[in-house]
Design a protein. Structure first.
Length: 55
């Protein structure tokens, strides 16, 4: 899990602990960060924001 977080963090240009905080709900992300994450993971932005494609 940490390796996947580190890879995502590297692609986003952020620290691994920030990815962990996003996953655990300890940190909220901006709309632009949600967009960057969705583009990097090739998923809909709604999935990043709400946990599913349905909103």
């Amino acid at each position: 899990m940490l390796d996947m977080q580190a890879q995502l963090a590297d692609k986003l240009g952020i620290r691994q602990n920030m990815v962990s905080d996003y996953e655990r709900g300890r940190r909220t992300y901006s709309d632009s960060m949600a967009n960057r994450i969705s583009q990097t993971l090739q998923v809909k932005e709604e999935h990043i924001k709400y946990g599913s494609d349905s909103g």
